[in-house]
Ligand binder design. Sequence first.
Ligand code: CU
Length: 346
Amino acid sequence: MWSLSRRAWLQATGFASLAGSLVGGARAAGQSAGSAPHPRHDAHVMGTVGRTSPDAFDATAYLRTWNFSDLPAEERSKFYRETPRGDGTLLREYEIYAADREIEIAPGLFFPAWTYNGQVPGPTIRATEGDRIRVTFRNLGTHPHSIHFHGWHPPAMDGALAGQEVHPGETFVYEFDADPFGLHLYHCHTVPLKRHIHKGLYGAFIIDPKEGRPPADELVMVMNAFDTNFDVENEMYAVNTIANAYMHEPIRVRVGQLVRMYLVNLTEFDPVNSLHLHGMFFDVYRTGTSLTPSEKTDTLMLCQGERAILETMFRYPGDFMFHAHQSEFAELGWMGLFRAEGAPTT
Ligand SMILES: [Cu+2]
């Protein structure tokens, strides 16, 4: 079991950006009063050193996976099936289970998570407005859990009311219509809630409008964080669990192609999280159900549980940084790169 203070953890995992700053500061202090006190940053490599194993969780594959689309057909059918209905909609059936599992959240750093289907975030669930969703939930973990979906559903399907927790070894079937369209989420709603969510029981839930959205390269991005020493404060922040995953393996996009990010904030213990994208602006469709963007910005702040769909088009090839605009979060793992390829559009 890891039990590290924030500072010890930084040192242990080699967060070079902070280490570089400290080295630079020491050098600056040694300079004469007359010289410019500008710190040097010789070792200014941002982020973690080394890689996590992609065998257990592949952060790049997660971006573009929904309804278990990463699995071969036969394997996929064990977890996801769709059946046409008479009215043109689909019955979408999911097999979701809760399981305790140690997950690697930074190179060599393991967190004792509670997971949906062995991964954090859980599998992305995606339907079209009007579809029927049926989720068979098995609790294979050691604590009571549930699944609480955002969106319209009757109270019996809420997963949050008294007596609705699913005990270890038990099964419950959630069934409801996909309504309304928008970017939603799902999470465990068993008390103590902050612990059950923070341990990793959450995922993205996308409902597409019937008429669809314009074609785009679509990415699921869940802002999350981990309290590795259980002091009700996070030691590590990320988008999609693994610190700096996309610094090491930039998200590849095409210049001139519409990029749509499904951004969900499931950070526990901090009231807000944010995303800032370098070198461009994006359209924002905030939590709700609308096809009209509410703003055009380069920085977005979301409260815990809030979501936003972001759309943009890269104009120039090259690397574009994105990160939480809370500097502390960024330096504790929540930073990545887009790598745009293709000829400039302007
Ligand atoms: Cu739970």
